[in-house]
Design a protein around this ligand. Structure first.
Ligand SMILES: [Zn+2]
Length: 532
């Protein structure tokens, strides 16, 4: 057994002292006060999980080191683990306990291509040039969930409280690649509530319709006839022509789509070289809209355009769904309970170093009046009156199958570029660690609300049945046969994994990852980094 595992177990077995710790988290009493204090005593474990996942830097569908590390930790702490759920090799389902309520905690784990970045320094420095990195902050959410689960599990065991705790990962969230498949395979049948966590810049929750869109991510593959590009081009049928015709048609059609739609594409295969008529070519689209019906309509339009392009170019076309995300709708009763806990926990105490670092990052990214880290809670966000367009998140597919909320916790810095190396800079620093501890306290307290309240689970179900799904039925964008795109990112990780392995965090030798990297946080000026 290695040191990090034994540490995790030790933290559970050591009797929790609640006297002095409890006083810091005023507003809680009873078991919730104890759970929150217990989370506070697991700061070290929280930091180790966050720093480890940061160092693994794995892309979607290839999160195998992350899977190994987290599932070993969970098994050592008494969870039953099933690997490879829903036909997705890097996924897992970890459960402990008996009976109801069944509370499932989820968070994404995948990174961003080309976002490799040294943490704790306020200037661009890739750890490995061109490598993936945690430029979204998905290295922090499992720490929030696991630490909360361990704290609550210890209390449920001692008090003999009925209930089941499940921990699951959002695999390949950056490809919107798995949650609709989890739902299709029935993983959430029998689950009473999903508490999802996502990195943010404040501590907050929302209910009802959320900002943003849902989407279908779909690749169209055209088949033509190869020929010599100069010798006898009349023998050829260009698949690339089909791709170009499809894109032109879509770009004309945009004028007549509802303005809240968002759609974008990349040519994933444009042929091999100019003197060979491309016999195969493909284009990959994201079709986003604020309603499920809008997505279905625009997807049908796109399908028609693809068939039209095939007809015009005398090629044939097939399609493959790569990802899907339903527009999000979150549960009101659970969000209200969570918001009470958010107010009791409050924001972390940021140090001057944290604030100085945050402002340096904001300045780096062009702010003339950097505000630093949040010191006031943002408050609960209610149901949107008017839809607002923007990004998508496949937690929507979960939220249409089981009462769900998403907690945003303050592990990153506002004003940075999303899906970008700048958003990796704080993700293995005290900012990420403190934000995750605050998030874990909220999750632990909300789990106990669900376990202890006589009414909360019923209220959550009534909202789900009588309000959310009263006039809208979930109709998934994927069919029963669409496979998950599990080969994505295989080639990139094959290239970079050997280089990343040399930089994996070793908690048995270094207190923090910053220490292992020889970074004197906050490092504001570019100096030569001494690697320990
Ligand atoms: Zn995300």
């Amino acid at each position: 057994m290695n040191i990090r595992k034994s540490l995790a177990i030790l933290l559970i077995l050591v009797p929790i002292s609640i006297g002095p710790l409890q006083a810091q988290d005023s507003g809680f009493d009873g078991l919730k006060a104890e759970a929150v204090a217990s989370v506070g005593s697991m700061q070290k474990l929280t930091q180790e999980i966050i720093d480890s996942l940061f160092s693994f830097s794995e892309l979607g569908f290839q999160e195998f080191e992350t899977q190994r590390y987290l599932t070993e930790l969970l098994q050592d702490n008494g969870f039953d683990v099933e690997l490879g759920i829903a036909g997705i090799p890097s996924a897992w389902w970890a459960s402990w306990g008996n009976g109801e309520p069944v509370i499932a905690l989820g968070s994404d784990v995948d990174g961003i291509p080309r976002a490799s970045q040294m943490p704790g320094v306020a200037y661009r420095q890739p750890m490995i040039e061109g490598a993936p990195g945690h430029g979204e902050g998905h290295n922090s959410g499992q720490a929030v969930n696991i630490v909360a689960a361990l704290a609550v599990k210890a209390i449920m065991e001692r008090e003999n409280l009925p209930g089941t705790i499940v921990l699951w990962p959002g695999i390949a969230e950056e490809l919107l690649g798995t949650k609709a498949w989890y739902a299709r395979d029935g993983l959430f049948e029998g689950v009473d509530a999903v508490l999802f966590t996502h990195v943010g810049r404040n501590l907050g929750v929302s209910w009802g319709r959320a900002r943003g869109t849902g989407l279908v991510s779909v690749e169209y593959l055209f088949d033509g006839e190869a020929a010599h590009g100069a010798g006898d081009p009349w023998e050829g049928r260009s698949a690339l022509d089909a791709v170009e015709l499809m894109n032109i048609a879509w770009n004309f059609r945009r004028e007549h789509l509802h303005p809240l739609q968002r759609s974008h594409y990349v040519i994933s295969n444009g042929g091999d070289q100019p003197n060979v008529v491309p016999s195969s070519a493909s284009v990959w689209y994201f079709i986003r809209e604020v309603t499920a019906d809008g997505i279905r309509q625009n997807f049908a339009t796109l399908q028609q355009i693809a068939e039209g392009a095939a007809l015009m170019s005398d090629t044939s076309v097939t399609r493959r769904i790569v990802g899907a995300a339903y527009p999000r709708h979150f549960n009101r009763p659970i969000a209200l309970a969570m918001d009470q806990n958010i107010q009791n926990v409050g924001l972390p105490q940021w140090s001057e170093d944290d604030q100085q670092f945050a402002k340096a990052l904001q300045t780096l990214m062009g702010s003339e009046d950097p505000q630093g880290l949040a010191t006031e809670l943002s408050g609960i966000t209610p149901d949107l009156e008017e839809p607002v367009s923007g990004g998508s998140d496949d937690i929507g597919d979960v939220a249409w199958n089981v009462p769900t909320v998403t907690l945003r916790y303050p592990s990153n810095v506002s004003g940075l570029q999303g899906h970008h190396w700048s958003s990796a800079m704080a993700m293995a620093t005290p900012i990420a660690h403190k934000g995750a501890v605050a998030g874990a306290k909220v999750i632990a307290a909300t789990m106990l609300d669900l376990v202890q309240s006589d009414t909360l689970v019923d209220e959550a179900h009534s909202y789900f049945e009588d309000v959310q799904t009263a006039d809208e039925e979930y109709q998934p964008f994927i069919g029963p046969e669409d496979p998950p795109a599990i080969e994505k990112n295989e080639d990139i990780m094959a290239e970079f994994r050997p280089l990343l392995q040399d930089l994996y965090y070793d908690p048995s030798r270094y207190d923090t990852y910053l220490e292992q990297l020889g970074i004197d946080y906050p490092q504001l000026e570019a100096t030569e980094i001494r690697r320990n």
